[in-house]
Design a protein around this ligand. Structure first.
Ligand SMILES: Cc1cc2nc3c(=O)[nH]c(=O)nc-3n(C[C@H](O)[C@H](O)[C@H](O)COP(=O)(O)OP(=O)(O)OC[C@H]3O[C@@H](n4cnc5c(N)ncnc54)[C@H](O)[C@@H]3O)c2cc1C
Length: 473
């Protein structure tokens, strides 16, 4: 309280007026923007959040006595990464040791480990290569050609060559799992994303990615009383002197500035109704040309493990004849992997265009499916395997949930890249007064270089807070 008054006095002593602010969304970018403004003495802030908790696509769930993350999980890199910078001195982030995923085949069961490991290496190398590419094609087009060249090494070994050809679906699963698309033909190869150097898979050692929200909030005067939950914004009228924000519960808020942080998926679904007047064509094109789809991660907790320490996880590779009558959602279960910081938990990755279907499955149906897969692929003897004792997953999320409509954004082959990229266009503020625009845009999809990540989201929250602070200098 005293701290808050201190900041207010400081603000007043510089002759600054205290503008009114509405932040829409209490995800990483919204919390970053609000905390930055509070730190600098702007206190007249209301955060409207449609859900009943903060974090948005950061969602840490307690399982087996530690936290697992059904949304953002890893801090990707150390250099030029605001998440890493904020926590590096706290000794929380831990590296993930390198590991191989064995390949189990629906007809042949466990494949030769040397062959599987060679394929793992190829997947990793091609994934990295696709991130460095400057070719104006889709990642699918780029990697199909490259993969065909590399697997030529098995040309004289017909059975492994055939398996390597089948395994291209696993390469696609790695690529789209990492980028969030439903198909690698929807991912541009030449993109603006800047990889932050350093370890790409730093985990939170069982404390959950939610830690970053606490770190942000500890750095500012109290924010909790500024957040209103279950406040779904229906409309923003942004071209008058003040912006007016209307919620579905008929409440309404006027503000000098509104910072909009909803996901690209929400913008794609809602922009026609959300904005009065409608957004300019350039922004509409950006919303249309950027991509967002989804991945799903599901965590299974076992009181007693059925696997031992040497098990580092596996891919499921379906024989084409086993799926020739149409793909079941089971074929979207691509990877099963033990969680490093939570010894009795397995993580299941669901990847591809069947994700929305898996989001609709009940826990019971999902667990039955996993039990079936473990047995069918011969991962574990059906006499040994037990049912999980608990499950952590987002039912009807991230794709189906109207407040997300996708996991994280990416650049498609249609996206404008470079200095005037679609992300840059999406980030431009709007309003009658160019010196003091009413409507500002933050959120990961407005980050020109770190879109799709939490560090990108936080960068954009800080960027828009700084934009407002500059207006009142
Ligand atoms: C499965 C998954 C895995 C991921 N893995 C990683 C990872 O390992 N590392 C990483 O860095 N990033 C990862 N990400 C991406 C990362 O989570 C996001 O980029 C980041 O959290 C986005 O933050 P944001 O503030 O931009 O958006 P959000 O977190 O989506 O925040 C927007 C907020 O707006 C609210 N909202 C929506 N509509 C309305 C409305 N009409 N009215 C009011 N409020 C509304 C939402 O409820 C939400 O709280 C992952 C995401 C997912 C889903």
């Amino acid at each position: 309280m005293f701290l808050e008054i201190g900041f207010l006095l400081l603000f007043a002593s510089f002759g600054l007026s205290d503008p009114t602010l509405v932040v829409i969304g209490a995800g990483a970018s919204g919390i970053a923007a609000a905390t930055r403004l509070l730190q600098h003495g702007i206190t007249n802030i209301t955060i409207l959040e449609a859900n009943d908790q903060i974090g948005g696509r950061i969602h840490s769930v307690s399982l087996g006595g530690r936290y697992v993350d059904t949304g953002a999980e890893w801090c990707h890199g150390e250099k030029g990464n605001v998440v890493y910078d904020l926590v590096k001195d706290l000794g929380i982030l831990q590296g993930t040791p390198p590991f191989y995923l064995e390949i189990y085949h629906s007809k042949l069961k466990l494949l030769n480990p040397d062959f599987s490991h060679a394929l793992n290496d190829i997947f990793f190398e091609l994934l990295v290569e696709s991130m460095r590419s400057k070719e104006s094609v889709s990642v699918g087009e780029l990697l199909i050609a490259k993969y065909e060249q590399v697997i030529d090494q098995w040309k004289d070994d017909p059975s492994n060559y055939k398996l390597a050809q089948q395994a291209i679906v696993l390469l696609e699963a790695c690529v789209i799992g990492f980028n969030g698309g439903f198909s690698w033909f929807d991912l541009a190869a030449d993109v603006d994303f800047v990889i932050s150097e350093g370890d790409q898979n730093l985990h939170w050692n069982g404390l959950g990615f939610k830690t970053i929200l606490n770190v942000l909030m500890e750095k500012s005067p109290p924010i909790n009383d500024k957040i209103l939950f279950k406040k779904e914004v229906r409309q923003i009228i942004w071209d008058s002197k003040e912006a007016v924000v209307q919620c579905t519960d008929n409440s309404s808020y006027s503000a000098d500035h509104v910072i909009m942080t909803v996901s690209l998926g929400v913008l794609k679904h809602q922009h026609t109704n959300l904005f009065v007047p409608k957004l300019p064509v350039n922004k509409l094109l950006a919303i249309e040309q950027l991509g967002i789809a989804a991945v799903q991660k599901i965590f299974l907790y076992y009181d007693r493990r059925w696997w031992n320490d040497s098990y580092t996880g596996n891919f499921f590779l379906w024989d084409p004849n086993d799926v020739k009558n149409g793909a079941s959602w089971l074929t979207a279960v691509s990877v099963l992997v033990p969680v490093v910081h939570n010894p009795n938990v397995l993580q299941v990755w669901i990847i591809g265009d069947l994700v929305p279907e898996v989001e609709q499955c009940s826990d019971e149906v999902f667990i039955n499916g996993i039990m079936y897969l473990l047995d069918y692929f011969g991962v574990v003897d059906s006499k040994i395997v037990t049912r999980p004792d608990a499950i952590a997953r987002q039912v009807k999320n991230w794709y189906t949930n109207p407040y997300f409509r996708g996991a994280f954004s990416y650049q498609t082959p249609r996206t404008r890249v470079g200095q005037n990229s679609d992300e840059a266009i999406l980030s431009e503020p709007l309003g009658n007064n160019p010196q003091k625009p009413n409507l500002l845009f933050a959120g990961e999809a407005t980050s020109p270089d770190h879109y799709g990540t939490v560090h990108g989201a936080i960068d954009t929250g800080f960027r828009e807070a700084d934009r407002i602070l500059k207006m009142y200098k």
